[in-house]
Design a protein around this ligand. Structure first.
Ligand code: UDP
Length: 249
């Protein structure tokens, strides 16, 4: 394959992406398939950082609505992301891919601490880095962790995997008239409250000029197509510099 368009990408997967048709937890077949897609992205010559959510195991806000202390619930949620990260590390290592899990919370017996310079060194050496435990702080999400880490490691692109191919005017599963947006600006995502990532994550990307591409994880091969520079899903940027976003965003 020719040189990829991007040197370094940060990919965000939700915990739910690992569930498959199960009600919770990790589906072994699904995680293997995802690991294969991510490994293909690495083979295409891209340095890959990965943030995985924990919603397939615990969400702090849900626990709080059941009466649990919110901060405790969020700590549980962050630990859930570590479980997912370890599972993904294992699946990738089975494919021969070198992987390091770096946690924002100290859990030294199971993974490394997140240290930015060390993370960048791992990436430069061709190791995939999974950033676990979100931002390490309650009241945040792994979407925000993904934008934060993308900016910190100087990624050229933040990729958010969803179940549909990009951003639509409404939920395309429920509304057949929903319109697909190939290009958007961060400001439009915020003002129209388009459900893609939480506002904190979008504002981080906007303020630090981190392009975001939203794509369908279930469309096999999309990751490699994106690495080649193909226009898959929806690209969100600050606009004018990217031409089409200025017109449509
Ligand atoms: N979480 C947190 N701080 C962070 C990231 C995550 O407290 O920086 C907690 C929060 O409780 C959240 C849970 O971890 O509900 C799982 O993360 P998230 O909901 O973002 O996972 P996803 O929806 O992507 O699976």
């Amino acid at each position: 394959m020719s040189e990829p368009k991007y040197k370094r990408i940060l990919l965000k997967l939700s915990g739910e992406a690992l569930m498959g048709s199960q009600a919770s937890g990790i589906d072994a077949g699904i995680i293997q398939r995802l690991a294969g897609e991510i490994d293909d992205l690495c083979r295409a010559g891209v340095e890959v950082g990965l943030v995985i959510g924990g919603g397939n195991i615990v969400r702090g806000a849900e626990k709080a609505s059941e009466g649990l202390d919110r901060v405790t619930g969020d700590h549980m949620g962050m630990l859930a992301t570590v479980i997912n990260a370890l599972a993904m590390q294992d699946a990738l290592e089975h494919l021969g891919r070198p992987v390091r899990v770096m946690s924002a919370l100290k859990i030294n017996q199971v993974c490394e601490d997140y240290i930015r310079r060390r993370a960048v060194r791992h990436l430069e050496k061709g190791r995939l880095v999974i950033f676990a435990a979100g931002t390490g702080n309650p009241f945040f999400t792994t979407d925000t962790a993904a934008s934060l880490r993308a900016i910190e490691i100087d990624a050229q692109l933040l990729l958010k995997a969803t179940k549909v191919s990009g951003i639509y005017s409404a939920d395309p599963v429920r509304n057949p008239d929903a319109v697909h947006y190939p290009r958007l600006t961060f400001d439009r995502v915020l003002t129209e409250r388009l459900a893609v990532m939480d506002a904190t994550a979008i504002v981080m990307c906007r303020d630090h000029d981190m392009p975001l591409r939203v794509f369908n994880l279930n469309a096999g091969g999309d990751l490699v197509r994106i690495a080649r520079g193909e226009d898959v899903g929806t690209l969100v940027t600050n606009g004018p510099a990217d031409g089409p976003a200025a017109k449509q965003g």
